[in-house]
Design a protein around this ligand. Structure first.
Ligand code: LRH
Length: 454
């Protein structure tokens, strides 16, 4: 039996999960979980990346004997380094609003049609390309590492840029899996800041002795974009499926062999993220559970389950556009939802349960639209929708999604990113072969929701 640690950093919390792999089976156990609390200082929203790193190390020290470590996290964000490899400033949170002027500048420097044709990445104000245009520190830096690569660098002393996450920068060409010189030149971004590209499964290096692990443990590059790892762990039986990687975001789409770079696809704001094994994740970002999380934060909710039950018992009423960037930044989510309902002439949800109901119905509709658009724009038939990640535990959302899509939803695994992370390590270490989804199907339980008609 071999033991692999998945470090999985989400926008709301991080965890270290150990996967025990033996004879084509994998058993996960969580050894450490910690909150990820962004810090606003001087008007800018930062990640507490050193705090996160400390938690990662604490988790690894608790994990027992290991045969490998892999790190995945949310996409797009990075740390800048000086010539000695020291961190220059604190990484900025993708929900910070500093990119607005840079986006305007970038849109003039490079037509969005050209940008999309070159990278296939949807427009998001937080794309790394725009962040680097906005980042005055970038001129002082000699290096840049995306968040999981930064953690990997601190663990091993070895720098590299894992390709699934690199694709989310909107600076990479998904066909060649190399940086797009056209985009970098037009935007004045130096892609040479990033360390050399590496593929999931590559060995990064051994954990440095200073970390204090009892043995030498290799750190592997995995699908370091959490969504890439999550999609590895979708228990699909064949190619005719859609997935919703449902956590802070709902990432809704299909898996393809090659990108869809058409104007129609750009207009629909679909993205082509590079996945593990040369796949393409063709998907749309939907706001996801963030809408609920921010409401609960505002209300100081103590019993979320009770509120969810109350919401489920209400009739559907108003809905908002769950892809609208007006919901991106933190703060007064119930107020913003009420304003959106009022602007569209709908009943404004008054009670907390009514707001939750509105969020659930809005997410289910956005899931439906994204599944339908993904199928239409890619030509891929969809027979089933897999919901993976924390959202798989939200029974009400899963049922409403099945109803809206008119398709069965199969929910689970919950810790999909950690599982995909572990499986890519296990394969690189030679403990499992070929079909990783077969292992997922054989070892993970899913809950099936049939669509209700009428
Ligand atoms: C989800 C995620 C998503 C990105 C966003 C920034 O955690 O990685 O795929 O679009 O964070």
């Amino acid at each position: 039996m071999k033991r692999f640690a998945a470090v999985d950093l989400g926008a709301g919390s991080g965890r270290v999960i150990v996967g025990e792999v033996e004879d084509g089976s994998v058993v996960l156990s969580e050894v450490h979980r910690f909150p990820n609390r962004p810090v606003k200082v001087g008007g800018t929203l930062h990640w507490d990346v050193l705090g996160l790193y400390r938690e990662v190390v604490d988790g690894l020290l608790k994990a027992g004997p290991l045969d490998g470590i892999g790190v995945d996290s949310w996409a797009v964000d990075y740390g800048l380094l000086d010539e000695d490899g020291a961190l220059l400033g604190n990484p900025v949170h993708y929900r910070d609003e500093r990119t607005a002027p840079a986006v305007r500048q970038a849109l003039t420097a490079l037509a969005p049609e050209r940008h999309y044709a070159a990278t296939g990445i949807q427009f998001q104000p937080f794309n790394t390309a725009f962040q680097l245009v906005a980042d005055r520190m970038a001129d002082l830096a000699t290096g840049a590492l995306l968040i999981p690569d930064l953690i990997g660098y601190w663990l091993t002393g070895r720098a590299g840029t894992e390709i699934t996450n690199a694709s989310t920068t909107a600076l990479l060409d998904p066909r060649t899996r190399a940086w797009s010189a056209e985009v970098a030149d037009a935007l004045g971004v130096d892609t040479g800041l990033f360390a050399p590209l590496r593929e999931p499964g590559a060995v990064i290096g051994d954990v440095l002795p200073e970390i204090g692990l009892a043995q030498r443990v290799p750190v592997y590059a995995v699908g370091s974009h959490d969504t890439a790892s999550a999609v590895v762990a979708v228990p699909a039986r064949d190619a005719n499926f859609a997935y919703i990687s449902c956590g802070t975001w709902s990432l809704v789409g299909v898996e393809l062999d090659s990108p869809v770079l058409t104007e129609e696809s750009r207009a629909a704001n679909f993205t082509n993220e590079s996945g593990v094994d040369g796949t393409i994740r063709y998907l749309r970002n939907v706001m996801g559970l963030w809408l609920l999380q921010e409401c609960h934060r505002e209300w100081g909710t103590t019993d979320q389950a009770a509120l969810l039950e109350e919401a489920a018992a209400l009739p559907a009423a108003a809905v908002v556009d769950a892809t609208d960037s007006r919901f991106l930044a933190p703060g007064d989510m119930p107020g913003r939802i009420a304003a959106a309902c009022a602007e569209t002439g709908q009943v404004v949800p008054r009670s907390r349960a009514a707001v939750v109901r509105c969020v659930l119905d809005s997410l289910a509709l956005a899931h439906r639209d994204a599944v339908a658009d993904a199928a239409r724009l890619s030509g891929r038939r969809v027979d089933v929708v897999h919901v993976v990640g924390g959202g798989a535990l939200n029974t009400v959302l899963c049922q409403l999604t099945a109803d809206a899509c008119g398709l069965p939803v199969e929910a689970g695994p919950v810790e999909a990113s950690a599982l995909g992370n572990v499986l890519v390590q296990a394969r690189a270490a030679g403990c499992v072969d070929g079909d990783l989804r077969k292992i997922v199907r054989a070892t993970q339980s899913v809950v099936r929701y049939e669509p209700r008609t009428g």
